[in-house]
Ligand binder design. Structure first.
Ligand code: AMP
Length: 413
């Protein structure tokens, strides 16, 4: 029989990690909620067009990385590779432009990209995503950058480097890319073969080349930041002024490009030195043309995605803090039903209670109580006794209320 395994590039999240993930998501909900972001949920799969039109036909994501399939009626569906396009589709579909703007939403869940798996890169991964749609106010860009930083810090994944840039409008970017291609073509002889072959598809890649000849050429290459229209430059200056006033450190990186076509104006990425080749903890940016691209009214928006797996990798191992725990042991077979009822009663009093449910000897049960870090063990035999696991003191309880009292004392709560 073939051994069954999780599909390539996916991971099973076992209880200890699963708990940390839920804690991070809950924390993000609090941080984002304080700034007015409300939860939203959209489907895990969408009409393929949502991503083809939204993320962009020419991107690596759409060309190579989508899990696309047909349903039984022959419709092309795709497991979402990112969150923004689906949320914008929902914004349009539900006429959310009629609500007071901006509409602020956040979400956490699984995303899918058919990439070559490696450390920190999976085919199913989890993101926390926040979006502010319906206003181009630069304070939203700054607010989301600050919230993103706060989530990384509270997740224990800091310190993180913030790289920041502005892409201007789509038109400016298109004109700039033409200029850059011409610049590269005029110096083809000095470029690496790889860069030369990709001048048309991805001229920006030349900025990241290791090849010394290419690097020399790129030192004098035109930069998009120097080509921005006046209103885009002013918008970016305001975003930076707000970040400066809050004492946020960042590096302006004019070569920062994000792997999605919809970005305009502000873009950012947080990176960690504690990660390897896949150093990005998360990224975001403004997408003022996306909703129109998807068939809605012209509507600006800005948002970010924070990778949970990457944040956990950067945070490293962290000791788990056990909650106050109670173990209910059964010293006599006919006490099992009473023990069951008492466990339920202690749980409804808000305690975290485990019960003997594996047929262990009393000695084995006490060992199990130690293993789960129990602060109190209730032992059901001829009498009901409560053992304070720290002091070792054991006292007899008169009735169920007394058990509760003794357990509370032992648990120090
Ligand atoms: P992106 O929209 O591609 O910038 O992705 C945003 C964030 O999601 C990244 O910075 C990563 O933290 C995370 N991420 C993206 N793709 C993957 C992947 N294949 N595996 C794990 N995390 C990912």
């Amino acid at each position: 029989v073939k051994k069954l395994q999780a599909p390539r590039g996916t991971l099973d999240v076992l209880p200890q990690d699963a708990r940390r993930r839920l804690d991070i998501i809950a924390m993000a909900g609090v941080v984002l909620g304080r700034a007015g972001y409300e939860p939203i949920e959209t489907p895990v799969f969408e009409d393929t067009q949502v991503f083809a039109r939204g993320v962009g036909e020419s991107t690596d994501i759409v060309q190579k990385e989508m899990f696309t399939f047909e349903d039984k009626a022959g419709r092309s569906l795709t497991l979402r590779p990112e969150a923004t396009a689906g949320i914008c589709r929902a914004y349009i579909e539900h006429g959310m432009h009629k609500l007071p703007q901006p509409v602020k939403v956040w979400y956490a869940g699984p995303f899918f990209r058919h990439e070559a798996p490696q450390a920190g890169r999976f085919r199913q991964f989890t993101q926390i995503d926040a979006e502010a749609i319906g206003s181009d106010d630069p304070s939203l860009d700054a607010e989301l950058i600050l919230l993103h930083a706060e989530i990384i810090e509270h997740a224990g994944a800091g310190p993180a480097r913030l790289r920041l840039s502005s892409l201007g409008s789509r038109e400016t970017r298109a004109e700039y890319l033409e200029e850059l291609k011409q610049y590269l073509r005029a110096r083809e002889d000095e470029l690496s073969q790889e860069v030369r072959e990709r001048i048309d598809q991805n001229p920006l890649r030349a900025f990241d080349a290791d090849h010394s000849g290419t690097q020399a050429v790129m030192r004098d290459a035109p930069l998009l930041l120097d080509r921005l229209a006046a209103d885009d430059t002013a918008h970016f200056a305001e975003v930076r002024a707000l970040l400066d006033a809050e004492g946020v450190e960042y590096e302006i990186d004019p070569t920062l490009v994000r792997g999605l076509d919809y970005y305009t104006r502000t873009v950012w990425e947080f990176e960690s030195d504690r990660l390897g080749a896949q150093a990005a903890l998360g990224g975001g940016g403004r997408y003022d043309g996306l909703i129109e691209e998807l068939g809605g009214p012209p509507t600006p928006g800005v948002g970010f995605a924070a990778g949970i797996e990457r944040m956990l990798l950067a945070a490293g191992e962290q000791p788990s803090v056990p909650d106050a725990r109670v173990f209910v042991a059964v010293a006599k077979p006919n006490a099992a039903r009473h023990a069951f009822g008492l466990a339920r009663r202690l749980r409804s009093a808000g305690m975290r209670v485990e019960l003997e449910q594996a047929g262990r000897s009393l000695k084995g049960q006490l060992r199990q109580a130690d293993r789960i870090g129990a602060q109190a063990t209730v032992i059901f035999g001829d009498a009901i006794e409560v053992k304070d696991m720290q002091s070792g003191e054991q006292r007899e309880a008169a009735d169920a209320d007394h058990v509760l009292e003794l357990v509370r004392e032992a648990a120090g709560s």
